[in-house]
Design a protein around this ligand. Sequence first.
Ligand SMILES: C[S@@+](CC[C@H](N)C(=O)[O-])C[C@H]1O[C@@H](n2cnc3c(N)ncnc32)[C@H](O)[C@@H]1O
Length: 278
Amino acid sequence: MSKDTLQANMRSALKWAGGKKRVIGEILKVLPTQGKKRLIEPFVGGGSVFLNIDFDEYLLVDMNQDLIALFNIIKNQSDEFIFDAEHYFRGHNNTPEKYYDLRKKFNASTDSYERSLLFLYLNRHGYNGLCRYNKSGGYNVPFGRYKHPYFPKVELEFFAKRAQRAIFLQGDFETAFDQISNNDVVYCDPPYSPINRTSNFTAYAGNSFSDADQQRLVECAEKAKANNVPTVISNHYVDFTRELYKNATKRELFQVQRTISPKGKGRVKVKEILALYK
Ligand SMILES: C[S@@+](CC[C@H](N)C(=O)[O-])C[C@H]1O[C@@H](n2cnc3c(N)ncnc32)[C@H](O)[C@@H]1O
């Protein structure tokens, strides 16, 4: 597989914290793709890496149940889903009253098709593209006040097509590592280790990702390496991760422009690390 042909330049249908679309080029410099058939992503998130790097097969895992249910529905019922989803993007649904009504409906629903339609609506109409749940699992992101929320038709169609080569599983990242075999390569984009220890970037999927989880991930990468399966891990470059990845085979640092203030206003340059275990 030649690296020139790997990139598709496709956005995710979802707004998702930590999306990697802008740094695909950096990832490709480190990710061993030669002779590899399957990409495994234990933290698939919005799927920008899956969408932009071409493999024969994919195994895509995430802890977030709503996200994985949505991906499976886009994969299996794409035409019907895209048709029905567009309805929610008509102007009359873009008011706080309607948003809170639909959020209530989402939280009360147990039907995975209906929940997926509403999840996409909430993702594109909610505040700052956040995905946040309260302690009892209720989605609690406030209204976003966007003038014209974008209906990601092209992105959904592209996703549906590529998803035919993918398996989506809900679970902890170890679920993904449990299934590795020859010809796999693993790319991990865990919730970021915080830049300063008071910030709260790590609260995804209603649970937070601890230092012990970051350590557990390195142990999985080491085990995969022992089985000749290479793993790349992304993170912020901070004291904790410098120490955490000190035994990696290779480490690449680069800078990204990222919106990190909670109000979405401040843009700062943040250093990131890619650690390769192979
Ligand atoms: C930084 S995001 C991934 C972003 C993605 N690469 C993209 O480009 O859009 C991290 C993801 O990890 C998921 N997550 C959190 N804890 C997890 C765990 N223990 N196992 C698997 N996924 C987890 C979150 O739901 C979130 O989608």
